[in-house]
Design a protein around this ligand. Structure first.
Ligand code: NQM
Length: 357
């Protein structure tokens, strides 16, 4: 049996992943990715011989170390391990798995607990994005229990407020990577935006959706999904991402007018499966598009007044609250920063045994 590797399984927000210390994994990227595929049980639609959960939201990995940057305490590399293909993608970041990085770094002794709240500054290596996480540590240990609830996760848990410092152009280099706020591909109106995650916004109605469909209904609409994939490949090129057939970005987001008091209704494709809720940076990018004139979201969205805007992005299992801080004028606003609440929980801690290579 190949020797085991220390690993903690955590729920981070509405995702679940395997958390490792960087020093416990090979530094060679090809060897590391091969190992991660064997640990998660990929490629296999059920990931039956590994610890992956057979869905993109539960086939994720966090690789954590002390930061080499004076701006951060912790460095975090996110890896999306494909379920059905032998692919590991470290292009995008993941704000849900990020939520677990604070507790994990404390559990592993990388960050000392100094008071009832421990602030952990995390640099996401995939994109260079900086975030500050506030972890509840009331009795000298991480407290997972609490009263915060996030849609898509049953029950309540301790809140982990996350503030993002610099998300614009995280992967693509600029907020509107094509230089336009709206353009057309194959006759469909789209907005390409990257405020933490490259996302292509599409009007749900143009694909025959009301916007209220369940994930099962969205995934059953194979013709619409085929058209969306054609748009994704072209949008990927226009966004400077090159050929994205094997990449998990850009994500695609079907939008419609809000139906439940939020700012906008969404159904996200990540990029081929429908997201049970919406990704963290996906939500920040969508909320940002809602407040910037000229995007296809702006015309459909409801916006609160004021410089600090609490934006509730509707998704299949509820709403995702994003707090945006704006500067500039009403006609030409700029989004300065975003913040939100997540929760996380350690599920098990132990040794994982990868399938033999
Ligand atoms: O957008 C799903 C998730 C994500 C990523 C995805 C995420 C984010 O819900 O920051 O959190 O978009 O594949 O974990």
């Amino acid at each position: 049996m190949e020797s085991g590797i220390r690993c903690m399984l955590m729920r981070g927000g509405t995702s679940k992943g395997a958390y490792f210390l960087a020093k416990d994994l090979p530094s060679n990227i090809a060897e590391r990715d091969d190992l991660l595929l064997r640990i998660m049980g990929s490629p296999d639609s059920r990931q039956i011989d590994g610890i992956g959960g057979a869905h993109p939201l539960t086939s994720k990995v966090a690789i954590v170390s002390l930061s080499a940057s004076p701006e951060a305490d912790i460095d975090f590399l996110f890896a999306q391990v494909s379920v059905e293909e032998a692919l590991v993608d470290t292009t995008p970041n993941c704000g849900n798995i990020l939520a677990g990085v604070g507790p994990f770094a404390i559990e592993r002794g990388l960050i000392p607990i100094t008071s009832e709240e421990t602030r952990v500054r995390v640099r996401t290596l995939n994109t260079g994005t900086l975030a500050e996480l506030v972890v509840s540590t009331p009795r000298g240990a991480v407290e997972y229990e609490g009263t915060a609830s996030i849609d898509g996760v049953p029950g309540t848990a301790a809140a982990i407020p996350i503030n993002f410092l610099d998300t614009a152009g995280s992967v693509c280099g600029s907020l509107f990577p094509t230089g336009h706020r709206m353009e057309t591909v194959e006759g469909y109106a789209i907005t390409c935006i990257d405020n933490g995650m490259p996302v292509v916004l599409l009007r749900a109605a143009e694909f025959g959706f009301s916007g209220a469909e369940s994930c099962v209904e969205i995934e059953a609409a194979v013709e619409a999904l085929a058209s969306i994939e054609v748009i994704r490949l072209e949008a990927g090129r226009r966004m400077g991402l090159g050929e994205v057939a094997d990449a998990v970005v850009p994500k695609m987001c079907l939008i419609s007018a809000p139906m439940d008091g939020g700012c906008l209704n969404t159904r996200s494709l990540i990029p081929k499966k429908c997201h049970a809720s919406i990704g963290v940076f996906g939500a920040v990018s969508v909320a940002t598009a809602c407040v910037l004139p000229g995007t296809i979201a702006y015309a459909l969205a409801e916006r609160p007044v004021g410089r600090i805007k609490v934006m509730n992005v509707e998704h299949p299992t509820g709403k995702f609250e994003v707090r945006l801080e704006l500067s500039g004028t009403d006609d030409a606003p700029t989004v300065e920063r975003g913040g939100l609440i997540r929760t996380a929980r350690a599920l098990f801690d132990g040794i994982v045994y990868p399938r033999a290579g």
